[in-house]
Ligand binder design. Sequence first.
Ligand code: GAR
Length: 215
Amino acid sequence: MTITVVVLISGRGSNLQSIIDAVARGELPVRVAVVISNEADALGLDRAQQAGIETRVLSHRGFADRNDYDVALRDLIAEYDPDLIVLAGFMRILGPQFVSHFDGRIINIHPSLLPKYRGLDTHARALADGASEHGASVHFVTTDLDAGPIIIQTKVPIYPDDSPQILADRVLQEEHRILPQAIHWFAEDRLRIAQGRVSLDGDTRPEQGLALHNP
Ligand code: GAR
């Protein structure tokens, strides 16, 4: 069965591209109905258009408050009646009303081994801590920022002469692998979320930090 997906972006859209490419290769039973950006100049919008995917821009500027934006975004997304909403570099915090409306149907890719380094500048923070490893996580979105149940994580090593950019590039390669993987599991109806825990094919995922998937 093909599921309907809405992808939200704010910028470059390389994770969006990984979805587009997996669909084009016939590996992902997904129809991306629309790509929505809160930034009009997001490069990811060009990527979507080149793939023949509808694009919409809903700028957060001009809304009286966060909740008003969330309501407008919720209504825009609802037009497409998605099975799944994918946050692929969407740099806005979504409030409780939005999240509860699409409960269990929103996933996010985050560039760290959650619960480490929620929020921004994850690569620089990992380097500043002298960490020996870093990574990326795909998780269900809840009202707690970057704290929803983890679906899949992947690790990369940190080397002594890494810069934040070099480390970000290494992590990004992994993001492009695990985001399509998580969407694939969701599309095949293999993921379940109950009591804040994710299960795959009926097996509860191990505790955070152990749900690792390495090549
Ligand atoms: C990715 O590294 C993604 O994990 C991160 O933004 C980047 C977007 O890149 N997302 C977050 O930090 C969300 N908290 P992309 O636009 O090339 O996919």
